[in-house]
Design a protein around this ligand. Structure first.
Ligand SMILES: [Zn+2]
Length: 189
């Protein structure tokens, strides 16, 4: 915005402010038409002053890029890049030479995993928040079996989910519907 635009826009906006101050039930229609014209003028001035598109994401690198609603910064480009990086880390490099005699294990072989610290966290909805409900597992299937057992138990929670703990957290699957409920009064304990 240059100085002339700034001056003109400032004046137009102040005029609108005055219209607002003077507005009452008795304001005649002729006056309202004037307000409309002044509003339009201010809008035109704004249109001229703003040369860039409104930001669609919170990403500093791609403020007007495509949107991914599930990304923390709403940036599809960066989220795609992050996902690819996660996947690459998760899958690890292509196995070069895999000994044929190694037995297949349901739980995977530790040596196959480039990032052995990854864990699957079973969580239950306690009516207020997601809460860890069992030991974090090194294997997703094991965590799912644990949740299946919990759901068959005598007092299952409203909902369960598994969270993949790695370089960040990613919800992989949700069972049930987490609904926020009021905390039970102490008398009910
Ligand atoms: Zn971005």
């Amino acid at each position: 915005m240059n100085h002339a635009q700034l001056t003109a826009l400032g004046r137009a906006l102040r005029v609108l402010g005055e219209h607002g101050e003077a507005l009452s039930a008795e304001t005649p229609d002729a006056r309202l038409h004037e307000v409309k014209d002044d509003l339009r003028r201010a809008l035109d001035l704004l249109e001229e002053s703003v040369t860039t598109a409104a930001p669609s994401t919170r990403c500093a690198e791609h403020p007007t890029g495509p949107v991914d609603e599930s990304a923390p910064d709403l940036c599809l480009l960066c989220e795609t890049r992050r996902r690819a990086a996660r996947r690459a880390e998760f899958n690890g490099p292509a196995p070069a030479s895999r000994p044929a005699e190694r037995p297949e294990s349901r739980y995977g072989v530790r040596g196959d995993r480039p990032q052995p610290q990854q864990r699957w966290l079973p969580e239950a909805w306690n009516g207020q928040a997601w809460q860890l409900c069992g030991t974090p597992r090194r294997d997703r299937r094991e965590a799912e079996l644990f949740i299946a057992a919990q759901r068959r138990g005598s007092r299952p929670a409203m909902a369960y989910r598994i969270v993949h703990e790695f370089t960040d957290y990613e919800v992989l699957r949700v069972w049930g519907t987490p609904v926020r409920v009021d905390i039970e009064p102490m008398g009910n304990l």
